[in-house]
Design a protein around this ligand. Structure first.
Ligand SMILES: NC(=O)C1=CN([C@@H]2O[C@H](COP(=O)(O)OP(=O)(O)OC[C@H]3O[C@@H](n4cnc5c(N)ncnc54)[C@H](OP(=O)(O)O)[C@@H]3O)[C@@H](O)[C@H]2O)C=CC1
Ligand SMILES: CC(=O)[C@@H](O)[C@H](O)COP(=O)(O)O
Ligand SMILES: [Mn+2]
Length: 382
């Protein structure tokens, strides 16, 4: 039995994690969870699983949640609440499925408390990958990827020698606008951008997918998770999202991970690793029904966010922190209807140009730069 803490339980990854836990009550026990504002969902999950601890984002929601729950579950709130959920004594595995760099501090604290980390929250690795991986190494803690591409790579590495890898190849669907020219991107709406062709995900990552910043963040995530230089990480456009990523070895063999697009597969694998469990309701991949799979090389001018992410990743220090914070702020502004779609990449580029990179930043510096980069985006928007 593994005891699970879940950050971001009410989100897309969070709810699919709950589904996995619900289907395997003899393998997993939910001991703590957090939500943002979705108090009703939190109450429903608390009443079903009776965990020890639940956290909401705002203090004002605590009383409302308490009134809705029937168990003796403790209720807490705020960033401190996220850390309490992440570090609960009873927890074996932390699933980090919050959105954004707010996931960084609880992850670092959970690593110090020697919890295994199942990491979906890629912004944490982008903003401070050096701190997270150093802490994990020092504490002997496993960081198990949940992101579909990184889980695919993780599985393609199993039983092989990582020293013999030539290239890591991340697949990218191309997102909601993959068939549109840059000219056509000028007038796109939020509603259009939120229609991902293959995955049903939270709003922020769906916009990241449309700008291809998601793939840029994933390149940086892969750099840290597999401790590999950027020169060995490639991106391949593959519009069906059925090959989840590939690993090329020095003898020319290429191992790929395939499956119908279903995030419960990598979520469950991260929880049950190194075992595999039955996935209820899984959709078999019948390649004879698919017929043809498509591949293309991404165009760096068409997908400028991908280029910006490679550049920031290679620059190291606080450059990825600025990239991530500017992206979070710009995507939020787009979702609120304050800026047009193409302004997202312009704001990120201008913010990156305005910040001097600090080498090897500590947590305090990262948090300070993160805040300042977000404020800078607001200033640019005025
Ligand atoms: N969705 C997917 O298929 C995939 C997602 N990921 C990554 O997983 C992470 C989560 O994505 P996804 O599930 O789509 O996101 P969602 O937006 O669907 O969910 C985000 C979760 O985080 C909570 N949350 C948001 N902001 C805060 C905050 N400031 N404090 C506390 N809680 C907060 C939300 O609470 P509430 O809704 O209650 O307000 C919700 O539970 C992201 O890093 C994403 O890149 C990676 C691969 C695939
Ligand atoms: C499901 C998942 O892992 C997402 O990160 C997905 O990869 C997004 O699709 P894109 O390939 O369009 O970015
Ligand atoms: Mn992904």
């Amino acid at each position: 039995m593994r005891n699970i803490s879940l950050l971001g339980a009410s989100g897309s990854i969070g709810q699919q994690t709950i589904d996995v836990l619900r289907n395997h009550p003899h393998s997993f026990r939910l001991v703590a969870l957090s939500v943002g504002r979705n108090v009703e969902y939190a109450a429903q999950i608390v009443n079903e699983f009776q965990p020890l601890l639940v956290s909401v984002q705002y203090e004002e929601d605590v009383a409302r949640l308490r009134a809705l729950i029937e168990s003796s579950t403790e209720v807490t709130y705020g960033e401190q609440g996220l850390t309490e959920v992440a570090t609960l004594t009873e927890t074996d595995v932390l699933v980090n499925a919050v959105m954004g760099s707010v996931g960084l501090n609880p992850t670092l604290q959970a690593i110090e408390a020697k919890k295994t980390i199942a990491i979906a929250n890629k912004e944490t690795l982008v903003t401070a990958g050096h701190l997270v991986t150093e802490a994990a190494k020092r504490n002997g803690v496993d960081l198990i990827p949940v992101d579909s591409e990184h889980s695919a790579i993780y599985q393609c590495l199993e039983g092989n020698n990582q020293q013999e890898v030539e290239r890591y190849i991340l697949t990218a669907s191309g997102g909601s606008f993959r068939d549109r020219s840059r000219e056509e991107l000028k007038g796109v709406t939020v509603e259009d951008a939120l229609k991902h062709p293959n995955w049903n995900m939270g709003a922020k990552i769906t916009i990241d997918s449309a700008t291809m910043m998601n793939k840029g963040l994933e390149v940086i995530e892969a750099h840290w998770l597999f401790s590999t230089p950027y020169e060995r990480i490639d991106v391949l456009l593959h519009k069906e999202s059925m090959i989840h990523s590939l690993v090329e070895y020095i003898d020319g063999s290429v191992l790929a991970h395939l499956g119908s697009p279903d995030m419960r597969v990598p979520i469950q694998y991260a929880l049950s690793f190194p075992k595999r469990l039955d996935l209820k309701g899984r959709k078999p991949l019948n390649l004879w029904e698919v017929g043809t799979l498509h591949f293309e090389k991404p165009d760096a001018d068409r997908f400028r966010c991908l280029k910006l992410a490679y550049e920031a990743g290679k620059e190291k220090g606080t450059a990825p922190t600025v990239l991530n914070a500017a992206n979070e702020a710009a995507v939020a502004a787009f979702l609120e209807g304050k800026i047009p779609f193409l302004e997202i990449e312009t704001l990120i580029e201008k913010t990156l140009d305005s910040f001097v990179t600090v080498a090897n930043p500590d947590l305090e510096t990262i948090q300070d730069i993160d805040l300042r980069a977000r404020r800078y985006v607001q200033t640019l928007m005025k």
